[in-house]
Ligand binder design. Structure first.
Ligand code: ZN
Length: 144
């Protein structure tokens, strides 16, 4: 086992934890009952532990320091941690590339849509048109 190590969480992480520990009114929404504050708090600590690389069951406060400081037993050594952070950065990079590519193809598709002239259907009278949904496949004007 690795030696107990001191950790410091960010303000945002502290807020997340405190929010998770808040007692919530037990409600049933759509047949799903909310989990208890204790479960929420454990899950929040578990997530933080996975993110920072410590065993959340071993967390202890450090007396004299702020709420953001605590000690815990690491789940990984320095090399493993470096390796994990590198891997996570790479995963993040690939996800971002994919998101941007998706965004580009969505925008391209939207551009194609916007460039299509609007079909009013066949002209019945001076300013009167039959209208066109573009879906029926029976429009004499555009064939859609
Ligand atoms: Zn049409």
């Amino acid at each position: 086992m690795y030696p107990r190590t001191n950790y410091e969480m960010t303000e945002a992480e502290l807020k997340e934890l405190l929010d998770a520990c808040k007692p919530v009114v037990c409600m049933r929404v759509g047949g799903v009952s909310h989990s208890s504050p204790q479960e929420n708090a454990n899950r929040a600590w578990d997530n933080l532990g996975k993110k920072m690389g410590f065993d959340y069951m071993t967390v202890q406060p450090i007396s004299g320091k702020g709420e953001r400081f605590f000690s815990a037993i690491p789940l990984e050594n320095e090399d493993q941690r470096t390796e994990r952070l590198k891997r996570e950065a790479e995963e993040k990079r690939l996800v971002e590339i994919k998101n941007i590519q998706d965004e580009i193809s969505e925008k391209k598709q939207r551009l194609v849509e916007l460039r299509k002239p609007i079909c009013l259907g066949i002209q019945l009278d001076n300013e009167d048109y039959s209208g066109c949904t573009g879906l029926g496949g029976d429009c004499p004007e555009c064939g859609k």
